[in-house]
Design a protein around this ligand. Structure first.
Ligand code: NDP
Length: 264
C-alpha cells in the first residue's frame, strides 16, 4: 500500500520538502508520496497525523516543540533538546527524532576552525543547534528578542542576551535561527546591533533557505562568507528520509536523488 508522508507547519507553502522526498521516492521506486499540511493549532498534530493515515512526517516552524509532546517515544538527540522535526509511525506509535542539528553540522563543514558561535533566536532550531554545538565542545552565546525563551539556555551556554543587554565580542560564526526574514524583510535584531555583530564575525549562516534574507544580504555587503539554510535542509532531509524508509533504501542513493531535487 502506498505510504503517505507529510510536512506539518505554518506556513508550509514555501517548503521544498515535498519535492525533495517525492523525487527520492519516485526515482528509487519507493511506493510513497509526501504532502504538506498547514496546521494552525500544534496541539492537533497527533490527531491530524492519524486522520491522514500517515507513515511519517516532518515538522517545521512553529510546531517542533508540540511535535515532541505528540510522540509516544522520542529517540536520540531529540530527547536531549525536546524538539522533534521527524516523526515515524511504528505500529501506530509515534516515534520522534531530530535531524536538523546533524543536517546543519554537515552544512557548515566547509567553514574551518569554528570555535565560538553566536546563535540568534531561542526557538526550536536554536535549541537543537546550540545543544549540538555544545556536544562538540564549541563555545556558544545566544541572543534573542525576548527574555522568556532564554530560560532553556541559561545553565547550558556561555552567555544569554536580549537585544538590550548584548555585549559585543568576536565570533567565528553567527547563525540566524529566527524566522525574521522568512515571510518579511525583517532583520533578527535591530540593524545597528546586527551590523556590529557581523563586523566581528568570520562566517554567517541562516536557517532560512530559498531567499537571501536581510541578514545574509548584510553579511554579503560586508564580504563575509555566508550560506543560507539549503544545505541544512538537504542534510536533515536525507536523514529524515532514511528514517522514513527504514533502511529499505541506501543512504547514498537517497543523498544522490535528493541533491538532484535542488536543481529542479
Ligand atoms: P520557532 O518558532 O521555534 O522560533 C522562532 C524564533 O524566532 C524565536 O526565538 C523568536 O523570538 C524569533 N523571532 C521570530 N520573529 C522574529 C523577529 N521578527 N525578530 C526577531 N526574532 C524573531 O521557530 P524554529 O526554530 O522552528 O524555526 C526558525 C527558522 O528556522 C524558520 O525560519 C525555519 O524555516 C528555519 N528552519 C530551517 C531549517 C532548514 O532545514 N534550513 C530547519 C529548521 C528551521 P521570540 O522568542 O522573541 O519569540
Amino acid at each position: 500500500m502506498k505510504k503517505i508522508f507529510a510536512l506539518f507547519g505554518n506556513p508550509v507553502s514555501h517548503s521544498r520538502s515535498p519535492l525533495m522526498h517525492n523525487v527520492v521516492f519516485k526515482h528509487l521506486n519507493y511506493d510513497a508520496c509526501y504532502i504538506r499540511i498547514k496546521l494552525e493549532d500544534g496541539s492537533k498534530l497527533r490527531e491530524t497525523f492519524f486522520s491522514y493515515g500517515l507513515s511519517g512526517a516532518n515538522i517545521t516552524v512553529p510546531h517542533k516543540e508540540e511535535a515532541y509532546k505528540a510522540c509516544d517515544e522520542v529517540r536520540g538527540f531529540a530527547k536531549t533538546v525536546g524538539v522533534v522535526n521527524t516523526i515515524v509511525n511504528e505500529n501506530n506509535r509515534l516515534i520522534g527524532y531530530n535531524t536538523d542539528a546533524d543536517g546543519f553540522m554537515q552544512a557548515i563543514k566547509e567553514f574551518k576552525d569554528i570555535k565560538t558561535i553566536l546563535v540568534i533566536g531561542a526557538g526550536g532550531t536554536a535549541k537543537a543547534l546550540a545543544s549540538r554545538f555544545l556536544q562538540d565542545n564549541l563555545t556558544v552565546d545566544v541572543l534573542n528578542r525576548s527574555a522568556n525563551n532564554l530560560a532553556y539556555f541559561k545553565d547550558k551556554v556561555q552567555n544569554c542576551y536580549t537585544w538590550d543587554d548584548f555585549e559585543l565580542k568576536k565570533y567565528d560564526l553567527v547563525v540566524n535561527t529566527t524566522s525574521a526574514g522568512l515571510k518579511d524583510e525583517n532583520l533578527p535584531a535591530p540593524k545597528e546591533l546586527i551590523e556590529s555583530i557581523l563586523d566581528n564575525t568570520s562566517f554567517a549562516a541562516d536557517a532560512i533557505y530559498g531567499k537571501l534574507t536581510p541578514f545574509l544580504q548584510l553579511a554579503k555587503n560586508k564580504n563575509i562568507t555566508y550560506k543560507d539554510g539549503a544545505d541544512m535542509l538537504l542534510g536533515q532531509g536525507i536523514l529524515a528520509n532514511e528514517l522514513f524508509v527504514n533502511k529499505e533504501l541506501k543512504l547514498e542513493d537517497i543523498r544522490t536523488e535528493m541533491q538532484k531535487s535542488f536543481e529542479l
